[in-house]
Ligand binder design. Structure first.
Ligand code: UDP
Length: 413
């Protein structure tokens, strides 16, 4: 276990995003919980949506006066190989859970639990399957409330894996899912809550960037700013379907030859499949120089992601399964139209035809890209609706309040 260092943030800067009613409730709840100790536990401090959220949530909650730590669990390659399989199978992939994988999974959970012996938190929030079994090995002195926070789409899980994990999550005092569809197999869990992920409107990734500056940044990656650009920003992962996006681009290019495609992906430290899938994507893209495949190793960081989301004509998130898809909220917040896979958390964010388009196939996605490229006025209307939706539902200010409401409820029950 390692305590993750986070940058400082000041909550005062965020008050402008809150209604007076919410501010009042926030201050009331902070007063009530300011002496409580809270821990967030997850598997990576970099790459993917959970790390993205914790880098903002933790410093903001600290600044509000809560005592909150973020622990990144320790793991080695054998553990990440097993937990990536857990991730895939809980999202529905076929495959058998074998004794060796169980052994590796429990070994690292036990090791990490031992390192936390003596830490006495009032609320332990355990993110996703990787550290879920730590609860089994907690010390008996630990009397705090344990909450399991699931970020993945568990609507049609591989039942062998789900049943195994269920033995542990049933021990938690509460479980948080992103949406109701994800708990079909979880009817007997204690205290189920729904909280969506969120974006930080003032982070380097989401703070407003002038279009001119955004274009200057993307041009450094070889993008011709005078030609249309479609972009997907995602880990290289089969569920994110980068290969499908390449097919979409190829169809669009036949009718709109000036189009360019950017695929941006950060390589998460707990995702051993990522490299293999990146190489597959590169091979499939071949020698088409209007396709740019760029990772954090080519200098893509938060500001560059911001620039691509700001300056692209269309952002695609063509996932086949998606817990939420922060990249959708991020692009909508910047007023860029989004075409997303008709799945999981993307369905919450995209109201089809209003804040973007939901698509089921490559062909449908290509048709919607062409429609938007040819009708700038549709894109303009979507921009407004998308931003409003994010302001109302997916900003971090709102989520801090959701967590505090949950603590309050758990203390009262
Ligand atoms: N991301 C990034 N650089 C990249 C690719 C992704 O910073 O090259 C960020 C992206 O902006 C988002 C997060 O990683 O904030 C991905 O979260 P999402 O919920 O979309 O997917 P996850 O990876 O958690 O499945």
């Amino acid at each position: 276990m390692k305590l993750v260092n986070v940058a400082k943030k000041s909550y005062k800067d965020y008050l402008c995003f809150m209604s007076e009613k919410d501010k009042k409730e926030l201050y009331f709840l902070i007063e009530k919980f300011k002496d409580k100790k809270i821990a967030m536990v997850n598997a990576t401090e970099f790459g993917g949506g959970v790390a993205e959220i914790l880098h903002s949530l933790v410093p903001l909650m600290n600044d509000l006066g809560l005592k909150i730590d973020w622990w990144k669990m320790y793991g080695e390659e054998e553990f990440y190989n097993v937990t990536k399989a857990f991730h895939n199978r809980l999202q529905g992939e076929e495959g058998d859970l074998n004794e060796r994988d169980i052994e590796v999974y429990l070994k690292y959970n036990r090791l990490n639990a031992m390192e936390m012996q003596g830490c006495d938190y009032d609320f332990m929030i355990i993110h996703d399957p990787q550290p879920a079994a730590i609860i089994e090995y907690r010390s008996i002195e630990n009397k705090g409330k344990w909450i399991w926070r699931c970020h993945i789409d568990t609507s049609t899980p591989n039942l062998q894996y789900w049943k195994f994990l269920y033995n542990y999550i049933v021990k938690y005092d509460a479980a948080i899912f992103t949406m109701e569809d994800f708990v079909k197999e979880g009817l007997h869990l204690n205290n189920i809550h729904f909280i969506t992920p969120c974006i930080d409107p003032l982070s380097l990734k989401n703070v407003p960037l002038e279009m001119e500056e955004a274009k200057e940044i993307i041009s450094k990656f070889g993008i011709d700013i005078n030609r249309p650009l479609i972009t997907q920003i995602s880990r290289f992962d089969p569920w994110k379907d980068p290969l499908g996006v390449l097919e979409v681009y190829k169809i669009v290019r036949k009718e709109f030859p000036s189009v360019q495609l950017a695929l941006l992906g950060s390589m998460a430290s707990d995702d051993p499949e990522g490299w293999e899938y990146l190489y597959r994507t590169l091979r499939r893209a071949g020698e088409d120089y209007d396709i740019k495949i760029i990772t954090n190793f080519n200098g893509i960081s938060n500001k560059e992601v911001n620039a691509f989301q700001t300056a692209s004509d269309i952002v695609i998130q063509k996932s086949i399964k998606e817990g939420f898809g922060l990249t959708v909220a991020e692009a909508l917040w910047k007023g860029t139209p989004v075409i997303g896979g008709n799945t999981g958390g993307i369905k919450l964010q995209i109201e089809d035809g209003v804040t973007g388009y939901l698509v089921d196939t490559v062909e449908e996605c290509a048709r919607k890209v062409l429609r938007l490229l040819r009708n700038l006025s549709i894109a303009e209307e979507m921009e407004k609706a998308g931003r409003e939706k994010v302001q109302k539902e997916y900003l971090i200010t709102n989520k801090i309040l959701n967590y505090l409401r949950l603590f309050n409820k758990m203390c009262d029950s």
